[in-house]
Ligand binder design. Structure first.
Ligand SMILES: Cc1ncc(C[n+]2csc(CCOP(=O)(O)OP(=O)(O)O)c2C)c(N)n1
Length: 315
C-alpha cells in the first residue's frame, strides 16, 4: 500500500481546551490535577470504546502513572522534543492537550494526528514522537539532542522509557554516546515494576541506577506518586540538562494500575489493590478542596464527551 505523505498533517493548529489543560493563571495544584484527570478519563473512555467494539487492535494505558507525564512535561518548553513509547497517551496529551487528534488517530480517522495510520503507539507531531519498538526511540531522542546542540540551541530532548526497556542494547549504545558527546537529553525511566507479564526482579539484574552511573550519567531517583513532588524534581532535572547540556536520568519507581494492554494482567489482585491507595489523583486531591476537584472533574467530563462525539462523526 502506498501512503501519500500529504495524509500526515504535521502542522496542525492546536488550541488547548482550558477545561482539560487549564490555563497559565490557574493555581498550579489545580492545573496539575486537571491534566492528570484529563489523561485518566481519556484512557478510561478509550478502554470503554474498545469494549463497545468501536476500536480495534490494542492500546496501552498509563493509568497510575499520570503524575510522571504531567510533572515532567510541565517543564518542557517550546522547541524541546519529547520521545515516548507504546504507553504514550499521557505524554502526548500532557504536551499538546490534543484529545481530538489522538482519539481520531486511534479510531483510524483521517483527521487523526497522523492521519489515522499511526494508531495508539506511533504518534508523531511537531516536538513529539512515540514508537512501539522498545528502546528504538532512545537513539532517536539522542540524535535530536545532538542536532539541537550542533545548532547552538539550549533545547532539550526528553525520552520516556519503561523498566523492561533496560533489556534493549540500543539503550546502552545511546548512553555511551550521550555521555561521551554531552547531549542535552533527559531520560525518564518509569519503573512500574512489570514488563508486560514479567516482574522486574526476573528480568533486570543489579541496580537500575548503577546502569546509568556506569556511564557517568547522574541519576535522581524517587518513589513518589505525588505530582507536586515530581513537578519539583523534574523542574530541577530539565533545568540542569538545559544549563549544563549534559544527559541526566530521572528514575521514577511507580506502578501501572491497569492491564499491560487492554485486557492482559497477570499480577496478583492484592498487589494491584494495595497500589490504588497511593494513586496520583487521590494524592493530588488531598491538596485541593472537594468542590474544586468536583468542578474540574465535571469540566473534563464535558470536554471529553464532546471529543468522543466529534471523533465518532468524523469520516
Ligand atoms: C523490541 C520490542 N520487543 C518486544 C516488544 C513487545 N512489548 C511491548 S511492551 C513490552 C513490555 C515493556 O515493558 P516496559 O519497558 O517496562 O514498559 P511498560 O509496558 O511497563 O510501560 C513488550 C515486551 C516491543 N514492543 N518491542
Amino acid at each position: 500500500m502506498t501512503i501519500a505523505p500529504t495524509r500526515i498533517p504535521r502542522q496542525r493548529e492546536l488550541q488547548a481546551d482550558p477545561r482539560t489543560m487549564g490555563t497559565p493563571e490557574e493555581p498550579r495544584d489545580l492545573r496539575l490535577y486537571r491534566r492528570m484527570r484529563f489523561i485518566r478519563r481519556f484512557e478510561e473512555t478509550l478502554l470503554g470504546l474498545f469494549d463497545e467494539g468501536v476500536l480495534n487492535g490494542t492500546t496501552h494505558a498509563c493509568i497510575g502513572q499520570e503524575a510522571d507525564a504531567v510533572g515532567v512535561i510541565e517543564h518542557v518548553e517550546e522547541g524541546d522534543h519529547i520521545f515516548s513509547n507504546h504507553r504514550c497517551h499521557g505524554h502526548y496529551l500532557a504536551r499538546t492537550g490534543d484529545a481530538l487528534g489522538l482519539m481520531a488517530e486511534i479510531m483510524g480517522k483521517e483527521a487523526g494526528v497522523c492521519g489515522g495510520i499511526g494508531g495508539s503507539q506511533h504518534v508523531c507531531a511537531p516536538g513529539f514522537m512515540s514508537n512501539g519498538v522498545q528502546g528504538g526511540i532512545v537513539p532517536t531522542a539522542a540524535g535530536i539532542a545532538l542536532a539541537m546542540k550542533l545548532r547552538g540551541s539550549d533545547r532539550v530532548s526528553v525520552v520516556f522509557i519503561g523498566d523492561g526497556t533496560l533489556g534493549e542494547g540500543a539503550v546502552y549504545e545511546t548512553l555511551n554516546i550521550a555521555a561521551l558527546w554531552d547531549l542535552p537529553l533527559l531520560i525518564v525511566l518509569e519503573d512500574n515494576e512489570w514488563a508486560q507479564s514479567t516482574p522486574t526482579e526476573l528480568n533486570t539484574a543489579g541496580s537500575m541506577r548503577a546502569r546509568f552511573e556506569a556511564f557517568g550519567i547522574p541519576v535522581t531517583e524517587t518513589t513518589t506518586t505525588d505530582v507536586a513532588e515530581l513537578d519539583a524534581l523534574a523542574g530541577n532535572e530539565i533545568a540542569a540538562v538545559r544549563t549544563t547540556g549534559k544527559t541526566r536520568v530521572l528514575l521514577v519507581h511507580t506502578y501501572r494500575l491497569c492491564h499491560h494492554s487492554k485486557s492482559d494482567d497477570h499480577r496478583p489482585e492484592e498487589e494491584v489493590a494495595l497500589r490504588w491507595v497511593t494513586e496520583p489523583l487521590a494524592i493530588a486531591r488531598q491538596r485541593i478542596a472537594e468542590s474544586q476537584w468536583q468542578r474540574i472533574d465535571a469540566e473534563v467530563e464535558a470536554a471529553l464527551a464532546e471529543v468522543v462525539a466529534t471523533a465518532r462523526a468524523l469520516p
